[in-house]
Design a protein around this ligand. Structure first.
Ligand code: ASP
Length: 294
């Protein structure tokens, strides 16, 4: 399916949990430099899969978002992380859910994709896989985890507050990929899993489209999530309409959400019906755009 076309496109999000009136300048600056770095990688021919993993790993590492280092403990008092990654041309996919004790769940998810015959490993099984494959562990949770930008200490126990990071890319070979990682909703029960690690729900990539979702996972799962957008788009529905139809369904179920997508012809969309969504995008035809509320 792949053919060299010289087009590339990239979008990322730092979650649909942005709260109106708060200052996300540092987040937007971070998204800007990260997007510029990913644009340069794509321009020199890097694969979409490597670029989305790089972007999500950096957002996990930063502690600025509710993912990786910015995650908060569940009601049992420890951090469990969810992440997934998908490669469009091969439909290869990997994911981890309720993973405790590791710095970069997206890297472990890629390991599941490449080193096992499975798509999703959860809890203690995901932990055992990550440990035996040497992924970086969190040695001292009390000092490692920090409060992300735009979140208060009180909100870290509030189940209505949440955040996620995600990236989608089209590379110059025509390959699409998507990756998403989250600390989940604040105040979640031990073992709670949202849309993020579920292929087809929080993350999807095929030959035509790559998608990463953010919002309350319970609503996204029940609204059909990313693959419902992909199916509509591939049946001829306009990209923005396909995304908005899923977002409307999330709203009808009582939630709100955000979606980023890139397509094989390098169209991009970053849409949401929450108060805001931290996001950025760039392509070989479109200059870098970064914003949270507009
Ligand atoms: N979708 C994530 C979850 O439900 C949270 C988010 O995107 O903000 O775990």
């Amino acid at each position: 399916m792949s053919q060299f076309n010289e087009n590339y496109a990239f979008a990322l999000h730092g979650g649909a949990g942005a709260v109106a009136g708060r200052n996300y300048d540092s987040v937007e600056e971070h998204l800007r430099s990260l997007t510029e770095g990913c644009r340069a990688l794509l321009a020199k021919g890097c694969s979409a899969l490597d670029v989305v993993e790089t972007a999500v790993t950096e957002m996990e590492r930063s502690g600025m978002y509710v993912a990786g280092r910015g995650s908060a403990p569940n009601t049992a008092g420890y951090v469990e992380l969810d992440a997934s990654i998908m490669h469009g041309p091969s439909r290869a996919a990997g994911a981890v859910a309720a993973l405790p004790g590791f710095e970069s769940p997206i890297q472990v998810a890629r390991g599941v994709m490449e080193e096992t015959p499975h798509v999703l490993l959860v809890g203690s099984g995901a932990e055992a896989f990550a440990r035996s494959n040497g992924y970086a562990t969190v040695e001292d949770p009390a000092s490692y985890y920090i409060i992300p930008v735009g979140v208060t200490k009180e909100e870290q126990t509030d189940s209505n507050a949440h955040g996620t990071v995600g990236a989608v890319a089209l590379d110059q070979s025509g390959a699409l990929a998507a990756a998403t990682s989250t600390g989940g909703t604040f105040g979640k029960l031990e073992g709670r899993v949202g849309d993020t690690p579920l292929i087809g729900s929080g993350t999807w990539a095929d030959d035509e489209i790559a998608i990463s979702c953010t919002g309350i996972g319970e609503h996204i799962i029940r609204a059909g999530g990313a693959v419902s957008i992909a199916c509509a788009f591939k049946s001829g529905v306009e990209l923005e309409t396909a995304i908005n139809d899923m977002l409307i369904e999330v709203k009808r179920l009582g939630g709100d959400a955000g979606v980023i997508a890139v397509t094989r012809n390098s169209s991009m969309a970053t849409l949401y019906n929450s108060a805001g969504m931290k996001r950025a995008s760039v392509s070989n035809q479109q200059p870098l755009q970064v914003t949270t509320f507009k």
